[in-house]
Ligand binder design. Structure first.
Ligand code: UDX
Length: 450
């Protein structure tokens, strides 16, 4: 099948490479010539495990190329829309500028029988408007809404082996025809038994935001439990294990810590609330405001934990300060992790980076390390100091783990003690072994862990 993928950011670049890996003939279209050049050279600007290799293999095989010219999409039967829908500046709602621009640019090149497939996360009601726009110029083209559930860090595997395939299709024969075309695109996954849900546009749009709202709620639930655990001296990690054994609850996404970030969960819950307000049912999703608030409060808790540990450790060195955060001034803190999650260099809405910025703002001498995210972090926050993990740890009075990269989970407390100047570790992801660190002389603080 000839396929175009419009928008070659995170989602689009991965999708284009994976569609080619399935044997389709793919052209990726993006307005950014630098991005297109980099992708044509198999050097994506994002770090995503397996993506560079997939691009190289498919470019080499001649199944994949990237272009800035929409005319190069004209031969395709299926056009995936994979452009970003960021949060509007100063508002919760999604910015649909790129989606509308992509469809406007694509419409003159659509052939009869073409199927436009929306993958971007959009407010419910968008697909219907786009279908009308497409029909106005090309009545024989169709729109399907096909939300994407890939996770960063495992995006290639998630795209090749999705856990479900959802289509929102128009009613009647048009929907049947469009579905048959898309079934050909996903023939391999469907043949291997991947569950498929075929529904209307509005439901398909809602599926995506509902899934992300649920995941965000699950994380904030366990983070709220971690606050309760701290208040009573309980252990939220054991609590999560115990409730997670109930198959109705499940253990996944019950890891308390510094909270969720990234390009999806935070913006999606805000956009979902904004859309509900527009629909006159704002109260219905009022709980998502609390989900957001709990999530942001985790960052304060981490900062407070560091300040608290430092001031306790220091006795009256900072006597006279009216706030425990006063104890941060001039203190050397190693921040381990900047990306919003491991195996990613993405710093969008990253709780880790936000905590680093706050610590710096409170006067701490912060040195930040991350295996992959330093270039992105430096571009956004040049005021922070960046270094290798070893350099960050050397002379640190406190160590704070904020992104659970394997190399940080595996740190040897005795080895860190040999280079750090203090013995305070704040585990913002609850992934270290408190007993092992305490045995090596450390003051250990987690979130909701005694
Ligand atoms: C998410 C959805 O999972 C995916 O289906 C959708 O397509 C895009 O948004 P992603 O943003 O890649 O994917 O990250 P995800 O793995 O969901 O993690 C989101 C955030 O939640 C990360 O910051 C992570 O550290 C945090 N998280 C996750 C927790 O704090 N606790 C957990 O138990 C799980």
């Amino acid at each position: 099948m000839r396929i175009s993928v419009i928008g070659c950011g995170y989602l689009g670049a991965v999708h284009a490479a994976c569609m080619a890996a399935l044997g389709h003939q793919v052209v990726g279209i993006d307005v950014d010539p630098d991005k297109v050049d980099a992708l044509n050279a198999a050097t994506p600007s994002i770090f995503e495990p397996g993506l560079g290799d997939a691009l190289a293999a498919e470019l080499e095989a001649g199944r994949l190329r990237f272009s800035t010219d929409y005319a190069d999409a004209a031969e395709a039967r299926v056009h995936f829309i994979a452009v970003g829908t960021p949060q509007r500046r100063g508002e919760g709602a999604a910015d649909l500028t790129y989606v509308h621009a992509a469809v406007e640019a694509l419409v003159p090149h659509l052939r009869p029988g073409a199927v436009v497939v929306g993958k971007s996360t959009v407010p419910v009601g968008t697909a219907q408007l786009l279908a009308e726009r497409i029909h106005a110029d090309q009545p024989d083209a169709s729109l399907v809404w096909n939300p994407e559930f890939l996770r960063e860090g495992v995006a290639v595997a998630d795209t090749l082996h999705p856990d479900r395939i959802v289509y929102g299709v128009p009613a009647g024969d048009e929907g049947d025809r469009a579905r048959a075309v898309l079934d050909e695109v996903y023939a391999e996954a469907l043949a291997s038994g991947t569950p498929q849900v075929v529904t209307d546009y509005a439901t398909a749009e809602l599926v995506k935001v509902a899934a992300n709202a649920f995941l965000a709620t699950k994380i904030s639930f366990i983070n709220a439990m971690s606050e309760v655990a701290d208040a009573v001296g309980a252990d939220v990690t054991h609590l999560a294990d115990a409730i997670g054994h109930d198959p109705r609850i499940g253990r996944k996404f019950l890891n308390a810590g510094v909270g969720f970030g990234g390009g999806c969960l935070p913006k999606d819950i805000r956009a979902f609330r904004a859309r509900a307000e527009e629909l006159g049912i704002g109260d219905t999703l009022g709980f998502l405001r609390e989900v957001d608030a709990i999530n942001l409060r985790q960052r304060d808790r981490v900062v407070d934990a560091i300040a608290g540990a430092l001031s306790v450790n220091d006795g009256d060195r900072y006597f006279g300060s009216d706030s425990s955060t006063g104890s941060l001034v001039g203190r050397r803190i190693a921040v381990l992790g900047l990306a919003f999650k491991p195996e990613s260099d993405d710093i969008r809405d990253s709780p880790a980076l936000d905590v680093a910025v706050r610590l710096k703002g409170l006067g701490a001498d912060v040195v930040c390390a991350d295996p992959k995210a330093i270039p992105n972090a430096r571009a956004k926050h040049p005021q922070l100091a960046y270094a290798s993990t070893a350099e960050a740890l050397a002379g640190a009075e406190a160590v704070v783990l904020l992104t659970e990269w394997r190399e940080y989970r595996d740190l040897d407390p005795a080895a860190v003690a040999a280079v750090a100047s203090g013995r305070i570790v704040v585990d913002g992801r609850n992934v270290l072994d408190p007993d092992a660190w305490r045995a090596a002389g450390w003051t250990y603080r987690g979130l909701g862990r005694p």
